[in-house]
Design a protein around this ligand. Structure first.
Ligand code: B4P
Length: 190
């Protein structure tokens, strides 16, 4: 199986590049952000709880997102592989993911990190906020809080995969197609 983790700060291009990877490799896309927004749209109890945290730029509790991913893995027993987009975002999530995949006799093939500076991130997210209707994209203060959450809680996840020799970082600034060519070259090596 080909199991990729796409990594990077909010607005780095994870969701954008995931769409292209799905088309090319036929993988199942697991975006915890998309799954959480689906829960919000359906008005579930989980969605109502998550909305407060997401609108404020904070992470949702680990046990919630780990449970969601576990359900999605179980629901796709015949998958050729998965793209994990926006997950894992903490070391606890990364550890849990290794265990879940081990139970299915598979593992992460590699993590690809997109490197983008804070100024560019803020610009992209505010631009998306004009049309996305996402409250977390509309306010520069919330965007900075999300970047801060990433710097404090999520960057240690890169170390986790470096220790397993599964980490590659690439420049996330440039055209979407140029970046995809680089991601594809790394993926071919898995
Ligand atoms: P996510 O949905 O993961 O939100 P994101 O980081 O903003 O998305 P992404 O990074 O994929 O966007 P993209 O760059 O593609 O999370 C939202 C919230 O959900 C979190 O803050 C948290 O509260 C919660 N959450 C999610 N997962 C969680 C977890 N595991 N644990 C706890 N909480 C969790 O796109 C950004 C914009 O840039 C787009 O408009 C795109 O068009 C543009 N863009 C992309 N590539 C570009 C390029 N090369 N050049 C110019 N623009 C580009």
């Amino acid at each position: 199986m080909l199991n990729l983790v796409l990594f990077g700060p909010p607005g780095a291009g994870k969701g954008t590049q995931s769409q292209k990877l799905i088309e090319k490799y036929g993988l199942i896309h697991l975006s915890t952000g998309d799954i959480l927004r689906g829960e919000i749209t359906q008005g579930t109890t989980l969605g109502l709880e998550a909305k407060k945290l997401m609108d404020d730029g904070k992470l949702v509790p680990d046990e919630v997102v780990i449970g969601m991913i576990s359900n999605k893995l179980d629901a796709n027993p015949d998958a050729k592989g998965f793209i994990f987009d926006g997950f894992p975002r903490t070391v606890a999530q990364a550890t849990a993911l290794d265990t879940l995949l081990e139970e299915k006799s598979t593992a992460i093939s590699g993590m690809i990190a997109l490197v983008v500076d804070d100024e560019e991130l803020e610009k992209r997210l505010l631009e998306r906020g004009k049309t996305s209707g996402r409250p977390d994209d509309a306010n520069p203060e919330i965007i900075r809080k999300r970047i801060n959450e990433y710097n404090t809680k999520t960057t240690p996840v890169a170390e986790f995969y470096k220790n397993q020799n599964k980490f590659t970082s690439i420049n996330g600034v440039g055209s979407i197609d140029e970046i995809f060519t680089e991601i594809s070259a790394v993926t071919e090596g898995y």
